[in-house]
Unconditional design. Structure first.
Lengths: 291, 488
């Protein structure tokens, strides 16, 4: 090997490393000093970083760093700050009555904003993001309320739910008249057509209206009331209006009467704090103006 | 193998040259005269506005900011004396930018790079930094000598350098400080800054702008104009032969000769140029060029060479303005013995003026007639329509009312859409049926949930337009917005 320091490339005037391939020599172009210093500084920095911040995984934990920093603690502090900012407003919301919240524009705006977020997190899976509902899940934008549509009634439903297992939950369900053998299949078809006639829907040819009325009076009136106007005490829907939770066609009605219906609304008391439930009640009430 | 080339044998015509040119430091000499005075005046004017405008007060009534010019980012408001703009009105700035751009074109077609030479912040601050440098280190010759030969470790030299940079940093820091004052109440923020209670972001911005001012005006200087700024390239394409530029009148200056020789030549009745090759125009130039080489990209047309040359011409008893605002057309006319012509009014300048007048007029008109009451409507999307128990159809809307005035308003809302429809605003008990009324506090928006219910028999097949009309029942001001009413 030649002494590469004395081997100067004639074109560039730079020394070579002495390595040669097919007549091409590798130039020895050292890194600029500032670059090398910066490189060593980054190494020093990295070591400092390991010491100061959590860095190395151990078997069951990790090194904690000199000051015990953790990003989770940072988040906790930020959340606490947020709560502090929101605190007074949510206290005011908790203290006001439902009716007062709806009359105070500032409180209403707060309750609607809070309610909308919480609704999206907790209620939207069943009721839809705008409360439009689906089959079996009531539309919260209309004026038909199974368990009552006043602010207090809505709040009660949110708090304790329906058939949720909570001691104060709404109870009462549509019985399975067919499955339990109370009504025969032809009776079910007849009463289903009678129910359709209550809201002015067309009925099957040759259906016996008198028989339907009789079956209805014997089996349904207890909950749905005379004339099928419904009863919010028992969550029995009004059968004379245009709103049908499980569908108004004959097949759906036969299914409902045969197998019964008992949709569940969970109780939110204990899962959401009282002020939040209040905000939710106001939000849901504001969707369609309640009743 | 290729033939060997000795690097020393390479000429600039070869492919192997240095890739980058080193900066040649410029040492502008001090000069006095008309254009220098204009520059001092404009510098004082521009910097005076920039540094002190945040402290100008403007009474907008209780509860509103009292700063004449304020960009209130947290509340999304821009205040400019009697004007208060909301975020949705940023299009006014489009108009402002159009006017600014065309004004730049107009300046350019009348008097060349007036912006660059007198008004550009880069010029103004560099000029100020040069003045400081001159004050501490002396004029051109002294500075050149000190940079070249004097021992930088000598105490006097060190103290000079430290003093110069300290003053530069002080100016730079004040520049950054003034900037943040436009975004917050100035007296309050100054107090907070002094007591270290100001928000971190304020200190960060001061730091950034201090560094930028210090680097751009203290070190980069003319390189910003020559290498970084796009305007020299654009303006060259926008200019025409009639535009007046700082020009060396070579018809008069050539052929250059000495004072003595010129007197001798003139004595025997021969022509002699007025230029005595004294290089004063080069010495004072802040970009270090020779104006006698004709128009060039580096020339920011600050007019200082005019002053320098005028002083020399006065001394040697020749007429002033060997260098002056002129163009090549006139040089040729003079060479042909004709009188020079100055055409300030020509299609180009008329067109620019017309555009400025038109856009400015439109802006003033829009600003003067702008409504202080506005309404936006957003239709509910999920569900778009709801069937009620009696078969009627309801659509819900989010209505946003904007009260841009300085007083509270009582607003009545009407909706004209489907026949016999009723409207209801959540949380509002209407005194007048179907005409909900609400109070909107001054300078604020109010978001309402509005329900429109059409009777069952209306049953629209298609969507029906519905017009929301809001009226200030006290003043009669009104605004409206249109949306659609649909059936499920």
């Amino acid at each position: 090997m030649t002494d590469h320091h004395s081997d100067i490339d004639s074109v560039t005037g730079t020394s070579t490393t002495g390595h040669e391939w097919d007549g091409i020599k590798e130039l020895n172009t050292p890194l600029p000093r500032w670059w090398v210093i910066t490189f060593y500084l980054t190494i020093v920095w990295a070591i400092g970083y390991w010491l100061v911040y959590p860095a190395w995984p151990l078997i069951s934990s990790n090194t904690t760093g000199m000051f015990g920093y953790s990003s989770r603690a940072d988040v906790a502090v930020e959340l606490a700050n947020l709560e502090k900012i929101r605190g007074d407003k949510m206290v005011a919301l908790g203290a006001a009555s439902l009716a007062d919240i709806e009359k105070d524009p500032a409180l209403l705006a707060l309750a609607r904003a809070k309610g909308k977020t919480v609704f999206g997190d907790n209620c939207a899976p069943c009721h839809g993001s705008g409360g439009a509902g689906a089959k079996g899940y009531p539309n919260l934008n209309d004026d038909d309320w199974l368990w009552g549509g006043t602010l207090d009634q809505i709040m009660q439903t949110i708090q304790f739910g329906a058939r949720s297992g909570h001691a104060k939950a709404h109870e009462g369900q549509m019985l399975a008249f067919g499955k339990d053998g109370v009504l025969k299949p032809d009776e079910i078809v007849t009463v289903a057509n009678y129910v359709r006639s209550l809201s002015g829907l067309p009925t099957r040819k040759g259906y016996d209206a008198a028989k339907g009325e009789k079956i209805f009076a014997e089996n349904c009136v207890a909950c749905h009331g005379d004339g099928g106007k419904g009863n919010p005490e028992m969550g029995a829907p009004n059968l004379t209006d245009k709103i049908w939770l499980y569908g108004s066609d004959e097949a759906s009605l036969i299914e409902t009467i045969s197998l019964g219906r008992a949709g569940v609304m969970p109780a939110w008391e204990g899962r959401l704090d009282p002020a939040t439930i209040k905000a939710m009640a106001v939000y849901v009430h504001s969707l369609g103006g309640g009743k | 193998m290729n033939k060997t080339v000795n690097p020393n044998d390479l000429t600039s015509d070869d492919d192997y040259g240095p890739l980058y040119a080193a900066r040649k430091k410029v040492y502008p000499q001090s000069v006095s005269g008309t254009f220098r005075r204009i520059k001092w005046g404009l510098m004082a004017f521009c910097l005076g506005i920039y540094y002190f405008l945040p402290f100008v007060r403007w009474n907008r009534g209780l509860g509103a900011p009292s700063q004449a010019v304020l960009i209130d980012l947290p509340n999304s408001r821009f205040y400019f004396f009697f004007i208060e703009l909301w975020p949705q009105e940023v299009y006014y700035f489009t108009g402002l930018l159009i006017v600014a751009a065309v004004a730049l074109f107009l300046m350019n077609s009348v008097g060349g790079r007036i912006w660059c030479g007198y008004l550009c912040p880069q010029t103004v601050w560099t000029d100020l930094f040069y003045a400081v440098e001159r004050l501490i280190e002396g004029d051109r010759r002294e500075r050149m000598k000190k940079d070249k030969s004097s021992d930088p470790t000598r105490l006097k030299r060190i103290s000079e350098i430290v003093l110069k940079h300290s003053i530069w940093l002080l100016i730079a820091w004040w520049t950054g400080g003034a900037w943040v004052l436009y975004f917050n109440d100035a007296p309050t923020l100054v107090k907070q800054l002094v007591t270290f209670e100001a928000p971190m972001i304020a200190y960060a911005w001061i730091g950034i702008l201090t560094a930028m001012t210090y680097v751009l005006a203290g070190f980069m200087r003319e390189q910003v104009c020559v290498y970084m700024c796009p305007w020299p390239r654009i303006q060259a394409a926008l200019t025409d032969e009639w535009a007046l530029n700082v020009t060396y009148r070579y018809d008069r200056g050539e052929k250059r000769t000495s004072v003595k020789k010129a007197i001798e030549l003139r004595a025997i009745g021969e022509h002699a140029g007025d230029c005595v090759d004294c290089y004063q125009c080069v010495a004072v130039c802040p970009t270090g060029i020779d104006i006698r080489n004709g128009p060039q990209l580096e020339c920011i047309q600050c007019g200082l060479c005019i002053d320098a040359c005028d002083n020399v011409m006065t001394k040697i008893g020749r007429p002033k303005r060997l260098i002056g605002y002129d163009n090549d057309i006139n040089i040729h006319r003079r060479q042909e013995g004709k009188a020079p012509v100055y055409r300030i009014v020509r299609p180009r300048t008329v067109a620019y003026s017309a555009i400025i007048a038109a856009v400015g007029g439109i802006m003033i008109y829009i600003l003067a007639t702008r409504s202080l009451l506005d309404v936006n409507v957003l239709h509910d999307r999920n569900p778009v329509a709801v069937r009620l128990s009696d078969g009627s159809i309801r659509n819900a809307y989010t209505v946003r009312l904007l009260n841009k005035s300085g007083y509270d308003r009582v607003i009545a809302i009407d909706a004209n859409g489907p026949a016999n429809a009723t409207i209801h605003v959540i949380g509002v008990d209407s005194v007048t049926p179907d005409r909900p009324m609400i109070v909107i506090p001054r300078d604020s928006t109010s978001e309402l949930r509005l329900l429109v219910t059409a009777p069952a028999d209306s049953n629209p097949e298609k969507s029906i337009p519905v017009r929301f009309h809001v009226t200030d029942i006290g003043l009669g001001e009104a605004a409206s917005a249109t949306d659609n009413f649909v059936s499920p």
